[in-house]
Design a protein around this ligand. Structure first.
Ligand SMILES: [Zn+2]
Length: 120
């Protein structure tokens, strides 16, 4: 929240021409979005439920990797990520976080331009 405020202050001090140049640079830094995968990775240990398994004595299985994704309902769902895909998913989640940050910056620039009635 503090950093968002800082960005707004900085943007208001730039000329509209500087804002447009910054918008173009930000757009150019957007990664290839084909691998876009929004969410965050979480690790969980699980109990399998089999009688006599070591997990029933507290030695849980895992950790397993899950992708936590937002649903349209506002709730979140955990999607199991097989270990063989964990690195690929991790890279795509990082790419998506970068893209979201860059898009938020472009939106902030356009919001500033809108306030100046110079949205173009
Ligand atoms: Zn078990």
């Amino acid at each position: 929240m503090m950093s968002e405020h800082k960005i707004e202050v900085a943007l208001s001090e730039l000329s509209s021409r500087q804002l447009r140049a910054r918008r173009r640079r930000t757009l150019g830094r957007l990664p290839d979005l084909e691998g876009y995968l929004a969410g965050s990775l979480v690790e969980q240990r699980r109990r399998c439920g089999k009688a006599g398994c070591r997990c029933s004595r507290g030695e849980l299985h895992g950790p397993y990797v899950y992708l936590s994704v937002g649903k349209a309902t506002g709730r979140r769902a955990l999607v199991y990520v097989p270990e063989t895909l964990a690195d690929a998913v991790r890279a795509r989640v990082a790419l998506s976080a970068d893209a979201q940050r860059l898009l938020a910056e472009i939106s902030a620039i356009n919001l500033e331009l809108l306030g100046r009635r110079e949205l173009e």
